[in-house]
Design a protein around this ligand. Structure first.
Ligand code: DGI
Ligand code: FE
Ligand code: FE
Ligand code: FE
Length: 188
């Protein structure tokens, strides 16, 4: 496996400066949440760094992997926003040599969430949403909630993201709805 510094070199090559700085902030936020929640800080670091590795890949690369690896063909109805996590995890595994399935699942779930999420997956989902570079109405509330209760943070983000998608008339990936049903009523 690559060392953290080798990983950082690969990420710098794969990402714009802005995106690279985002993943560094997600790494730091994820490590802080890991410490607060008794999760392996090293796993949080690698997952945070790699979560958006595939964000700037072409549609063609994603479509090829969806076909070659026989991933859910429904994926073809969506685009980069959904692909870069679910399909991107395959690129992280095959190109960066990250084989830890907990890390790969956290990357797979970082955009849509899922009904069952490990604490690591919850941390990456939340770190991406609340990293210090994020600025949207409610982000400070999301930071406070998440610091005190990781699961309540997951519910908060899921509800607000679904509201946003509906308000914009965007297609909702079924797993996003699954996440909503599993988390939002529970924390009401
Ligand atoms: O990659 P990032 O920008 O750091 O963040 P992300 O991976 O969490 O989210 C990327 C975008 O995906 C964000 O604008 C919200 C959007 N998204 C989340 N769930 C869905 C979705 N877009 C669609 N179309 N459908 C979804 O279910
Ligand atoms: Fe992302
Ligand atoms: Fe996110
Ligand atoms: Fe991100």
């Amino acid at each position: 496996p690559l060392t953290r510094l080798e990983l950082i070199d690969r990420l710098k090559e794969a990402l714009s400066q802005e995106r690279f700085e985002h993943v560094c902030r997600v790494e730091k936020t994820a490590m802080e949440l890991a410490q607060l929640n008794d999760v392996d800080v090293e796993q949080a670091s690698i997952a945070g760094l790699c979560h958006d590795y595939a964000k700037q890949r072409s549609d063609k690369d994603f479509i090829q992997i969806i076909r070659d690896k026989k991933l859910n063909p429904q994926l073809l109805n969506y685009g980069n926003a959904i692909w870069h996590g679910i399909v991107g995890a395959e690129m992280v595994k095959d190109e960066l040599g990250v084989h830890d399935e907990d890390i790969l699942n956290a990357i797979r779930q970082h955009t849509t969430g899922n009904s069952y999420m490990t604490k690591l997956a919850q941390i990456i989902y939340m770190a991406d949403y609340i990293e210090p570079g994020r600025d949207f109405p409610g982000v400070e509330e999301a930071r406070q909630i998440t610091k005190h209760d990781l699961g309540a943070g997951v519910a908060y983000q899921t509800k607000h993201t679904l509201e946003y998608l509906i308000q914009k008339g965007q297609p909702v990936y079924p797993q996003t709805l699954t996440t909503y049903n599993a988390w939002v009523p529970k924390y009401r």
